[in-house]
Design a protein around this ligand. Structure first.
Ligand SMILES: [Zn+2]
Length: 370
């Protein structure tokens, strides 16, 4: 009986899904090839509701790309020592894979590589377990983190020239891509403040742009063996001083010249949260494919969607194909986002990723229906 009920339920769901998808087909979403959503992978307790959110909210809006920031929230078998204390099981991941597959949504798992190896006063798993990979071993984690600080500590980095780091990192990359059945991987690589540091015996004195580009190339080449594409955040490739963009949104430590050194098939996630800076054009003119990424400002996101469509319409065919689309980013955990989305907790004013997400995809639907 239970099986029959399950079958009837699934059949009913199938009808609802196909209606949603038929409605979606009435809109020409192809005007933006990538319509994405980026969020931390859910905790185990939130998986089922997140599946429902994908099913009902992402699919109906035509989202076709889901960047999931997993990091160590997975029960890695290759390196169990790197797992978070609570981490997703393979079964839970497969629930996410199944719902995305049903709606033709590509999942791109992310593990932060190079930078973001600590947060506030805590190192994250890689450097906790393998402190020998630390680019700045002399920088001790503070009891109470404040910014600015004398060490210039934002986040720790791993040393890209350490002879043993990639063996471990690539095991993790391969395993997470395999379990998510992913054709692309997001390596993060944003906000790398520590690179080529004087205290590192391998990197000191080296060109920071070459170090950054070398790491991008190494990861890209590793993924290419299995036909997978590399996605990264774009901020290290923008010149902060010349553009006036901030120290997070762009590079003040000379990594920006790497934009001319990295392989052209790396996909750039060009994030700008407060102003709709038109740096997508810069990346496209450098031969790189690019998506623009808003966060919490609905007005900015709407302009960014309009800009992206305009770039595609007003460029040569060669350039047009590099303007891939737009990705809504969410920087809370999935649980908090779901609480906000379903109205259990209000969003803070002035910080409205839910409102931004809704406004962005309403605008994409409007543009696509023209
Ligand atoms: Zn180093």
């Amino acid at each position: 009986m239970k099986n029959i009920l399950s079958f009837l339920f699934l059949a009913l769901c199938g009808t609802v899904f196909s209606q949603v998808s038929e409605n979606s087909n009435a809109v020409n979403f192809n005007i933006l090839p990538v319509r994405g959503f980026c969020i931390a992978a859910p905790q185990s307790k939130d998986v089922d509701e997140f599946v429902k959110f994908i099913d009902e909210e992402l699919a109906s809006r035509g989202v076709n790309t889901l960047i999931l920031r997993v990091d160590y929230n997975y029960q890695y078998e290759s390196h169990p020592e790197l797992r978070d204390s609570t981490a997703l099981s393979k079964k839970e991941v497969k629930k996410l894979v199944a719902v995305c597959s049903r709606h033709s949504i590509n999942i791109i798992p992310q593990v932060n590589l190079l930078g973001h190896q600590s947060w506030a006063g805590k190192t994250t798993n890689l450097l906790t377990v393998y402190p020998q990979f630390d680019e700045t071993p002399l920088v001790k984690m503070p009891e109470k983190y404040v910014w600015p600080n004398a060490d210039g500590l934002y986040c720790k980095s791993y040393c890209p020239l350490h002879p043993e780091v990639h063996k471990i990192v690539f095991d993790i990359v391969d395993e997470i891509c395999d379990v998510f059945e992913a054709e692309a991987f997001h390596a993060g690589m944003d906000e790398v403040f520590y690179i080529g540091e004087a205290q590192c015996p391998r990197c000191s004195g080296r060109d920071k742009a070459e170090l950054f580009a070398g790491e991008v190339r190494l990861i890209r080449d590793h993924l290419a063996i299995k036909g997978r594409k590399l996605w990264i955040w774009g901020d290290r490739l923008l010149d902060g001083k010349t553009t006036g963009l901030g120290e997070w949104e762009a590079s003040y430590n000379n990594t920006f010249r790497a934009v001319d050194m990295i392989p052209k098939d790396v996909i750039i996630c060009d994030w700008h949260y407060e102003r709709p800076d038109q740096t997508a054009v810069y990346f496209a003119m450098k031969g790189l494919s690019v998506v623009t990424c808003p966060w919490r400002n609905p007005g900015t996101a709407v302009i960014q969607a309009q800009d992206m469509v305009r770039f595609r319409k007003s460029s040569t065919p060669v350039m047009t194909e590099r303007y891939l689309g737009i990705v809504q980013t969410i920087w809370s955990g999935a649980g908090q986002f779901l609480d906000n989305y379903y109205g259990r907790k209000p969003e803070n004013s002035g910080n409205s990723p839910v409102a931004c997400f809704k406004a962005l995809f309403t605008e994409i639907q409007n543009i696509s229906g023209d």
